[in-house]
Design a binder for this molecule. Structure first.
Ligand code: GUN
Length: 280
């Protein structure tokens, strides 16, 4: 079976072009803030990508960088600065944070209408009640990618591998909203292969390089890979053994060029949404 690529890079470029035209007509321009704490190499790359994407579509960006030894009160002060800044309509605090910082405390101090990541309790609660405001970027991007490819979701069996607040939990819920029957699995799930083999849609966000092998996937399944790992030889790979699995499934996201660019496009979309929440 030859699979088709779920091309996030292409869809993200189309969405960015539309946003560029939209932002071109907006005055003042929407602004996105990013708080980065510490020197996690992956986070630095992600943040640079987000800032570059803002520049591309004409969204004003503001960055606050703090060292890896920053205190909780310094991070809260950065969040407060973003909360108060009239040019910043939405902002994010890049995760993970250094271990001395309580992530919940930081997220709780972000104003919910400026929460471009949709991570605050208010926005998570709204999502669970089916209100589509400020949805988290990665799961929102995955749904958009599936809908754009016109992949049937209604009544299908979806299996989500991973239960993080950023991806696993929200994508499970959003797939259920699309009328999928969803099973959530994680690192402690017993007989994992028996469950993943039943998936029509398999979303993998387990954080382990090439964890999902061909024998775990049903023939003709749709496979979405949220992982991103740099191997010792410098190459990038996801949580799925792409080369082998692609021969068995109907659709698959590449890494890179699948979910990653969609996350960034949805973050830009959320920044514009934050702008309108404050300028109605
Ligand atoms: N770390 C990994 N993904 C994300 C994301 O979508 N938002 C933030 N803030 N941090 C992340």
């Amino acid at each position: 079976m030859k699979s088709q690529l779920l091309d996030g890079k292409n869809l993200a470029a189309r969405l960015r072009q539309k946003m560029k035209e939209q932002v071109g007509k907006m005055q003042p321009k929407p602004g996105l803030g990013v708080v980065l704490v510490g020197d996690n190499p992956a986070s630095k790359v992600y943040v640079e990508g987000k800032i570059r994407a803002c520049e591309d579509v004409g969204i004003v960006s503001k960055k606050i960088l703090l060292g890896k030894d920053a205190s909780e009160s310094e991070v809260i002060a950065a969040v407060e600065e973003m909360n108060q800044d009239k040019q910043v309509h939405g902002f994010i605090v890049q995760l993970p944070l250094p271990e001395q910082i309580d992530e919940h405390l930081i997220i709780d101090s972000i104003l919910s209408f400026k929460d471009a990541d949709g991570f605050s309790a208010v926005n998570v609660g709204n999502m669970f009640m089916g209100r589509g405001v400020l949805l988290p970027a990665t799961p929102k991007g995955i749904i958009r990618l599936l809908l754009d490819a016109q992949i049937p979701l209604k009544g299908k069996r979806a299996v989500v591998l991973g239960r993080s607040n950023i991806v696993g939990k929200p994508i499970s819920f959003l797939l259920q909203q699309q009328d999928c029957t969803v099973t959530m699995c994680h690192s402690k799930t017993e007989n994992l292969k028996n469950i993943t083999k039943e998936a029509d849609i398999l979303v993998v966000a387990i954080g382990k390089p090439r964890f999902v092998t061909k024998d775990m996937v049903k023939k003709g399944a749709v496979v979405v890979d949220v992982g991103m790992h740099r191997l010792e030889d410098g190459t990038l790979c996801g949580d799925v053994d792409f080369e082998k699995v692609k021969k068995k499934c109907s659709w698959i996201t590449p890494v890179p060029g699948g979910v990653g660019p969609m996350t960034i496009a949805m973050l830009l979309e959320n920044s514009i949404e934050c702008f309108y929440l404050q300028n109605r």
